[in-house]
Design a protein around this ligand. Structure first.
Ligand SMILES: NC(=O)c1ccc[n+]([C@@H]2O[C@H](COP(=O)([O-])OP(=O)(O)OC[C@H]3O[C@@H](n4cnc5c(N)ncnc54)[C@H](O)[C@@H]3O)[C@@H](O)[C@H]2O)c1
Length: 381
C-alpha cells in the first residue's frame, strides 16, 4: 500500500498521572456540547475548562448541561492556567489551524473534531508542528467508533479481494444556517465520514477520483448538494459514492447504505444494524457484532486517553487522517475541473502551499524536509 511518510506515528511522551486527565474543550457549539457531555460521563477525564470566542456561549452550554468548569476565550491560555493535559478542539473548521497550532506549540496534546483543518495544506502544517513539538494531535473520526463498522471490517475481509465498495446516502435535511449557503455542502461537510470509513474498511488509500456535483431543480441548497464520485483505491477497488442532501422519501441512515462486492461474496450494511454477508450462492448470514469500548465520540475519547497514557500510536493521528481530507479536496477539484484528480499530485500541491504559507521557522523546517524527501512512501504492506 502507498502511504504517507508522515503516516509514521509521531513520537511523544506518555502522560504520567494516575488521576483523571484534565481536559479543556474549545468551542461550545452543538458539537462542543456533545464533547462536554461525553467528558462528563467518562471517569478517566475531568472537564476543567471550556473556551469559546464568545465566553457567554460557553457559560450557557455548561449551565444547560449542568456541568461545572472554568470559562475563557482562548483554549491554550485556559489550559495552561489550569494545568490541563489536553484540549478537545470543537471549534469551526476555519479556526482549527489556529487553535490546534497554538496548543501544539505549548506542548498540549489535541483531540480535534473533523476536518483536521480547513485545507489539506493547513493540515500538513499541523502535522509538521505535531512532529516538531513531539505533541500528539489526533482527529476524531467518530464514525469509525461503531460496532457495526467493526463487524463490517470483518465481513469486508471475509469476502476476499474487494472489487467495488458502494455507498449510497440519500437524505433531505433542512439545516438552515451555513450549510444551505456554502459551496460543496455535501462534500465539505459530510463526505469525509464515508471516505474515512472506506479507507478503514479496505485498509487502502485513495489513488485518484472522478466526481460530478449537481443540484436538482428543487434543491434548497445554494451549493451543489448531490454528488456522484468514483475513487480508485490503492488495492484496485473502486469506491462509488452516490449521495444527495435533497432527496426526500425513503431516506437512508445517516451512515448511508453500503455494499462491498468481493471475490468470494458480498457484504451489505444498512448503516444501522448488523452487516449481512453471503458467499457465492450460500445462505445469507448476519455478521456477529463485537462489543466496542465506546461508540462515536465516546470511543474516540477512550482511545485518545489510552494513547496519552501509553504513548502508543493511535488511529486518527494527523498523518494518517490527512488522506481522508485529501479525498474531500480531490473530489471538489475533480468536480470543478471535470478531470480525474490524482491524490499524490494534490498532496504535493498542498505541501507547496503549506510551505508558502508557513510563518513558523521550526514547522517550516519539517515541511522542507518532507518536500525534499517526498511525502509518499511505499508503505507497510
Ligand atoms: N463528528 C461529527 O459527526 C460532527 C457533527 C457536527 C459537527 N462536527 C464538527 O465539529 C466542529 C464544530 O461544529 P459545530 O456544529 O459545533 O460548529 P458551530 O459553528 O455551531 O460552533 C462552533 C463554536 O466554536 C466557537 N469558536 C470559533 N472559533 C473559536 C476559537 N478560535 N476559539 C474558541 N472558540 C471558537 C464559536 O464561537 C462557536 O460557538 C466542526 O469542525 C464540525 O465539522 C462533527
Amino acid at each position: 500500500m502507498t502511504s504517507l511518510k508522515l503516516d509514521e506515528p509521531g513520537k511523544f511522551s506518555p502522560v504520567v498521572d494516575d488521576g483523571p486527565l484534565r481536559l479543556v474543550v474549545a468551542g461550545a457549539g452543538p458539537m462542543g456540547k456533545r464533547w462536554i457531555d461525553a467528558i462528563a460521563r467518562n471517569r478517566e477525564v475531568d472537564l476543567v475548562g471550556v473556551a469559546d470566542l464568545v465566553p457567554e456561549v460557553a457559560e450557557r452550554a455548561l449551565t444547560e448541561l449542568g456541568v461545572e468548569a472554568r470559562v475563557g476565550s482562548d483554549a491554550t491560555e485556559l489550559a495552561t492556567e489550569l494545568g490541563a493535559h489536553a484540549i478537545v478542539d470543537a471549534t469551526v473548521p476555519t479556526a482549527h489551524h489556529a487553535v490546534t497550532w497554538k496548543a501544539l506549540r505549548a506542548h498540549i496534546p489535541v483531540l480535534g473534531e473533523k476536518p483536521a483543518a480547513a485545507t489539506a495544506a493547513q493540515a500538513l502544517s499541523l502535522a509538521a508542528t505535531a512532529r516538531d513539538s513531539g505533541t500528539l494531535f489526533v482527529v476524531s473520526q467518530s464514525r469509525r467508533y461503531n460496532r457495526n463498522v467493526h463487524a463490517l471490517r470483518g465481513t469486508a475481509r471475509a469476502v476476499g479481494e474487494v472489487g467495488i465498495i458502494s455507498v449510497q446516502f440519500f437524505r433531505a435535511p433542512h439545516f438552515g444556517g451555513f450549510r444551505e449557503s456554502m459551496s460543496h455542502p455535501l462534500l465539505l461537510d459530510m463526505a469525509i465520514h464515508p471516505f474515512d470509513t472506506a479507507r478503514y474498511l479496505l485498509d487502502a488509500e485513495p489513488v485518484s477520483v472522478v466526481c460530478e456535483e449537481f443540484n436538482p431543480s428543487w434543491s434548497w441548497y445554494a451549493g451543489d448538494a448531490s454528488v456522484v464520485a468514483t475513487f480508485t483505491m490503492s488495492n484496485g477497488a473502486r469506491l462509488a459514492y452516490t449521495a444527495s442532501w435533497c432527496s426526500p422519501g425513503l431516506e437512508t441512515s445517516w451512515n448511508g447504505e453500503w455494499r462491498l462486492s468481493g471475490q468470494r461474496g458480498t457484504t451489505l450494511w444498512d448503516g444501522e444494524g448488523a452487516p449481512r454477508i453471503q458467499y457465492d450462492d450460500g445462505p445469507e448470514q448476519v455478521a456477529e457484532v463485537p462489543d466496542v469500548p465506546g461508540e462515536s465520540i465516546h470511543g474516540s475519547l477512550i482511545e485518545f486517553v489510552r494513547t496519552l497514557r501509553t504513548g502508543k500510536a493511535t488511529r486518527g493521528e494527523i498523518g494518517e487522517n490527512i488522506q481522508s481530507l485529501l479525498m474531500v479536496e480531490a473530489a471538489v477539484r475533480a468536480s470543478e475541473t471535470g478531470e480525474r484528480v490524482i491524490i499524490a499530485d494534490l498532496l504535493n500541491e498542498a505541501l507547496a502551499d503549506a510551505l508558502h504559507d508557513e510563518a513558523d521557522a521550526s514547522t517550516r523546517q519539517v515541511l522542507e524536509n518532507w518536500s525534499r524527501n517526498g511525502l509518499l512512501a511505499r508503505g507497510k504492506d
